[in-house]
Write a protein that binds this ligand. Structure first.
Ligand SMILES: Nc1nc2c(ncn2[C@@H]2O[C@H](COP(=O)(O)OP(=O)(O)OP(=O)(O)O)[C@@H](O)[C@H]2O)c(=O)[nH]1
Ligand SMILES: [Mg+2]
Length: 340
């Protein structure tokens, strides 16, 4: 068996529907545009055919349907079984990773995981798999996604923060919490506080007033207070806002991840195609807005329509320029071909 040297990368976690798979594909496209070799590894046995290019897939080992059929399990039990099975068959994963990454250890990996919360709150298999990847010299950071919709509801936000904190304590990796889908926030009506309040997770006692007004949560006044104090005491959780299609928030997140894992990327001398101007973003200043949380709020919440309109005009202009260039080139090509 070919022995590998590990690689840098990310393990993407978060509750069901938080946007993990979309993020994996978006990050894959982003890194590919930056010229960084990257592989997505699908660890979700419920999705045998993920939408992204996938050379290593848990479904080659076991699928959720197989686990359900063969062991008479329901979907949740079968999911845990699949991850335990992966742990038991770690040699399979090790061999496949070594084939994929090779001996140089210069690849970059992104692990997509299922949305079942036990996997990163209290079940031990995923944690042990990550530990064994660490022994193989994989330098991973956890990217934990929570849907930004949660900030519109105090109880949901507190539960998202608790889950994020639990994931940090359980996975024991360099860890970045992300508020995903912030491009949808403007559609949820006015926010009770600025976005910064939610990304910094400072002094959650302000949320107690809202919680104690809601009849569903008012019954648990003392529990609410205790939970809020627990979060404030730990001071562990903060969020990075992210919209997968927005290269500024993606770049900011990537820079944080590289810092967390110690990844240094030296681009090769070969010219890398850069259709969306991402390379210039990597090398130089952020375009349009700086990626600070207040700027993110302005771009995606307060003045979303204006920015969208300005971007549409910019894209239309770029498309027009590209079309003219292509016309000129192809026109010439055709003439050259006719002359030959
Ligand atoms: N607007 C918007 N939609 C997003 C974004 N990220 C994900 N989505 C949408 O959110 C839905 C769920 O996304 P997935 O990527 O499948 O979420 P997941 O976390 O992988 O879901 P599970 O694997 O089922 O846990 C899909 O409809 C995505 O298109 C985003 O940044 N912006
Ligand atoms: Mg998914």
């Amino acid at each position: 068996m070919k022995k590998g040297k590990g690689a840098f990368g990310q393990i993407v976690t978060g509750p069901p529907g938080a946007g993990k798979t979309t993020y994996c594909y978006g990050m894959y496209q982003f890194l590919t545009a930056l010229g960084r070799p990257v592989h997505i590894i699908n660890l979700d046995p419920a999705v045998p055919n993920p939408p992204y290019p996938c050379k290593l897939n848990i479904s080659e080992l076991i699928t959720l349907d197989q686990a359900m059929d063969e062991h008479g399990l329901g979907p949740n039990g079968a999911m845990l079984y699949c991850i335990e099975y992966l742990e038991e068959n770690f040699d399979w994963l090790e061999e496949k990773l070594n084939e994929l990454i090779g001996q140089d250890g210069d690849g970059y990996v992104i692990f997509d995981t299922p949305g079942q919360v036990e996997l990163w709150t209290n079940h031990e298999s995923l944690k042990r798999i990550i530990g064994r990847l660490g022994q193989m010299e994989y330098k991973l950071a956890a990217v934990h996604l929570s849907d930004a919709h949660y900030i519109t509801d105090a109880s949901k936000f507190i539960s998202a923060v608790l889950l994020a904190m639990r994931a940090m304590l359980q996975l024991e990796l360099p860890h970045i919490n992300v508020l995903s889908k912030i491009d949808l926030l403007a559609g949820y009506g006015p926010l009770p506080f600025d976005l910064k309040y939610f990304t910094e997770v400072q002094d959650l006692s302000y949320l107690l007033g809202t919680l104690n007004k809601d009849p569903r949560s008012a019954r648990y006044r003392r529990l609410n207070k205790a939970l809020v104090e627990l979060i404030d005491d730990y001071q562990l959780v903060g969020f990075e806002p992210l919209a997968v299609e927005d290269k500024t928030t993606m770049m900011k997140l990537l820079r944080l991840l590289d810092k967390a894992t110690g990844y240094v990327f030296i681009p090769s001398d070969t010219e890398v195609p850069d259709p969306n101007g991402m390379l210039s973003t990597a090398a130089g200043p952020m375009p349009a807005y700086l990626g600070d949380v207040d700027d993110v709020q302005e771009r995606w919440v307060d003045r979303k329509e204006e920015y969208d309109e300005a971007e549409r005009e910019e894209w239309a202009m770029e498309a027009e320029i590209r079309a003219r260039k292509e016309e000129a080139e192809f026109g010439q090509d055709r003439r050259t071909r006719r002359a030959m």
